[in-house]
Each structure stands twice: as structure tokens, then as C-alpha cells.
Design a protein around this ligand. Structure first.
Ligand code: ATP
Ligand code: MG
Length: 377
């Protein structure tokens, strides 16, 4: 996946921007609050169909009615143009792929991009929801069916929860739970089985990346933690059929607990992911640099997984990582990106974070304008 050109109109602080990108590394330099992150956000928004932190309307330049993003890219050597119009007020956004109108759900995965930003560091210390989100996004990009399987699971949880409340109030019969338990067990098994496989893959890839960036000094282990294993027996294996009957037994055995609390107390919507560096829990014992390295290793494994599913690397968006790594880790990272030929857009405040000779283009970002500075090939 390579982006050749990016056009923005009335997006964040850009009135108009026209960029031709290098296939290799594109460095955006500038002082704080000039628009560096906004450029990466435009690409990420086009890939995911959703803004990471903002509401759609916040993406539109103040006082304007709509923002436009247009991206020329090639996917497996076929050229495409993706255009998104984002309204500031009411109305839906319009998405055109090669001139044809498409729905949001069909837009996801057309342009593959993965973004690393400083917020990613919170993944280790935030609530389990942010770690599940990481797994969900990784899986949605590598196994598209996961997206609808997860949506089915979430819908069933909501419906079962409504029923639990009705039973508690006495307006529904307890035996009406049976059918929901069956359906929920089937949906939960699909979600968990895919997550477990993803964690197995991540374990190999992320550890490789962690070792590479830390000059072999750090071993990373990821563990998928099934919620409340203290109170239920552990699954014997993670085969989907086995998991389905396992979930069914557990859901059924917890009917009364769930009725009393009016919600489903067990299932993949409550599971977690844990990280260990050289055997020590990262969340509790990791240094800042280790947290950063691990967050980066996860992103790099995510892109490796996308490569094995999609046949090529996605575009990598690295926001503000350089200042967070020491010189040796920075050098290892850039080496990796260049040898793997991963197109990367990377922001930084200082040119000094990069070697004098680095393959790619350097841009200066200043107050919503971008100046091309140099290209080294
Ligand atoms: P830093 O180095 O601090 O991360 P940055 O160059 O990455 O800075 P951005 O976050 O890309 O900065 O841009 C921030 C600028 O964009 C701010 O000046 C902000 O006021 C402006 N901005 C954000 N949203 C909008 C909007 N909808 N309309 C106009 N300007 C906006
Ligand atoms: Mg920024």
C-alpha cells in the first residue's frame, strides 16, 4: 500500500493542502500546534472511517461547512482514489472510491493504514476496554468477518441484558434466557477463538519487534486473560466448538447472578490482555521507554499481520515517537522501516532525531501550510 498524493480542503487547520509523498519515509517537522498530527489524522480517518479522538464535526475547519480528504493510493499495484466529504453539521459523510459512492462499512479496509500516537501508551494503564479495542481493531483489519461477528455478539449482549432486567422486574420468565444463552455462546466462541489466534500471532511478531528495537535485551509476552477465571473453570482448548459449549455451560450456570445484577457478568466483552517484559508485568514495572517500545512493537506487529492478510504492508503513521525513544532505538526503528519498504509518515519537532542521510522526503509544517524541504533517495 502506497499513498502517492494527499489533498485536504478545510480539514482541521488546513485550508488547502496538496502533497506528493515519497514511497519510503515522509518526515513532517514543525513546532507544536502547526498541523503535523492533523495530516496523519486525515489519512487514519480515511482508513478507519472514524476519528480516533474527535467527533466528525471537529475535523472540519472552523467556520466551514465541510471538509474534503482525497487520497491517491495504490493497493497491490492497482491505483485508486478515495475521497471523503465530512459535513460540519448534520448529514452523512460522502465517500467515493474511484468515483463510485460507497458506504462507510465498505470503506473500511480499502486504504490500510496504522497509526501510532502518544495516546497509544495509555493502552497499558487504561481500563481493559482500551486493550480489547486494540485487539478488535487489529482483528477487524486482518479478518474482516470479525467485525460483523463482534457486532452480533455485542447486539446479543444488549438484548440479553434487557431481558435480564425484565426478568428481575418480573415482566419476563426466567426460562426465556435459554435461547439467548445458546446464541450468545455461539457468538462469544467466535470472538474469543479469533482473539486467541490473534494473540498467538502477536506473541511471535511483537516479541520479534521488541527484541529488534531493544537490541535483543527485552522479551515480550502477551497473555489473553479471560475474565473471572477465578470463579469458572478454564477452557481446555480454544477450538470454536469446544468454546461454544464451554460458554453455554458458564452462561447457564450464571443465570441467577446475571438476573440479580441485570447484566451479563461473563464473556469476551469483559476479557483483558496483559503484557510482560522479561517476565515482569509491564503495567506495574515497565519504564517509560519500555512502554513506548512495546506500544511500537505492537503497532509493528499489527502491520505485519495486515501484510500477511492483505499481501502488503499498510501505510504507517508515526506521530511523535522519535522524541520518546533513545538514539539506538530510533535507529533500529528507521532501519526496519527502510529495509521492509514500509511507507511511513512520521512527525517530529526536531530534524536532529533523524540521521543526516535518510531515504525519503522532508516537509516543514507551519500554521496549516506544508513546505517541501528535501528529498533523499
Ligand atoms: P504538536 O507538535 O504539539 O503535536 P502538531 O503540529 O501535531 O503539534 P496538530 O495537532 O496537528 O499540531 O494541529 C493543531 C492545530 O490545529 C491547533 O492549532 C488547533 O487549533 C488547530 N485545529 C484543530 N482543529 C481545528 C479545526 N477544526 N479548525 C481549525 N483549526 C483546528
Ligand atoms: Mg502533534
Amino acid at each position: 500500500m502506497k499513498i502517492s498524493a494527499l489533498y485536504l480542503r478545510d480539514f482541521r487547520n488546513f485550508e488547502e493542502l496538496n502533497l506528493n509523498l515519497a514511497d519510503t519515509i515522509n518526515i513532517f517537522l514543525g513546532r507544536n500546534a502547526q498541523g503535523k498530527t492533523n495530516i496523519l489524522e486525515a489519512v487514519n480517518f480515511s482508513a478507519l472511517g472514524t476519528a480516533r479522538v474527535a467527533k466528525d464535526s471537529e475535523l472540519v475547519r472552523w467556520t466551514n461547512d465541510a471538509a474534503l480528504i482525497r487520497i491517491n493510493f495504490s493497493k497491490l499495484d492497482v491505483s485508486h482514489v478515495l475521497a471523503l466529504e465530512i459535513p460540519a453539521h448534520s448529514g452523512r459523510r460522502k465517500i467515493l472510491l474511484d468515483g463510485n459512492s460507497i458506504k462507510l462499512r465498505d470503506c473500511i479496509g480499502k486504504l490500510n493504514a496504522v497509526m501510532f500516537s502518544p495516546e497509544d501508551l495509555f493502552i497499558f494503564r487504561n481500563s481493559p476496554a482500551s486493550r480489547r479495542k486494540f485487539l478488535n481493531i487489529t482483528l477487524a483489519q486482518t479478518a474482516p468477518i470479525y467485525f460483523s461477528e463482534l457486532a452480533t455478539y455485542n447486539r446479543l449482549i444488549e438484548q440479553r441484558n434487557n431481558l435480564l432486567k425484565k426478568i428481575r422486574e418480573g415482566t419476563a420468565a426466567p426460562n426465556s434466557l435459554e435461547i439467548w444463552n445458546e446464541q450468545l455462546a455461539a457468538a462469544a466462541a467466535k470472538v474469543t477463538a479469533k482473539r486467541i489466534t490473534a494473540v498467538e500471532n502477536l506473541n511471535i511478531l511483537a516479541n520479534e519487534m521488541q527484541k529488534k528495537i531493544s537490541a535483543q535485551s527485552e522479551n515480550l509476552l502477551l497473555v489473553y486473560e479471560i475474565h473471572d477465571l477465578k470463579n469458572v473453570y478454564a477452557p481446555q482448548n480454544f477450538n470454536c466448538d469446544y468454546l461454544q459449549s464451554w460458554y453455554y455451560k458458564i452462561f447457564s450456570s450464571r443465570n441467577f447472578i446475571d438476573i440479580a445484577r441485570g447484566s451479563t457478568s461473563f464473556g469476551p466483552h469483559l476479557d483483558d490482555l496483559n503484557f510482560f517484559i522479561n517476565g515482569k508485568e509491564l503495567r506495574l514495572y515497565g519504564s517509560q521507554g519500555q512502554l513506548r517500545t512495546t506500544a511500537l512493537a505492537l503497532k509493528l506487529s499489527e502491520i505485519a499481520m495486515i501484510k500477511s492478510a492483505a499481501g502488503e504492508y499498510p501505510v504507517l503513521l508515526l506521530d511523535d515517537v522519535m522524541s520518546e525513544l533513545d538514539a539506538s532505538r530510533r535507529e533500529k526503528l528507521l532501519d526496519f522501516l527502510l529495509t521492509q519498504k514500509i511507507q511511513t509518515l512520521i512527525t517530529a519537532t526536531e530534524r536532529a532525531y533523524f540521521p543526516a542521510q535518510i531515504c525519503g522526503k522532508i516537509f516543514q509544517v507551519e500554521n496549516g501550510a506544508v513546505h517541501f524541504e528535501e528529498e533523499i533517495s
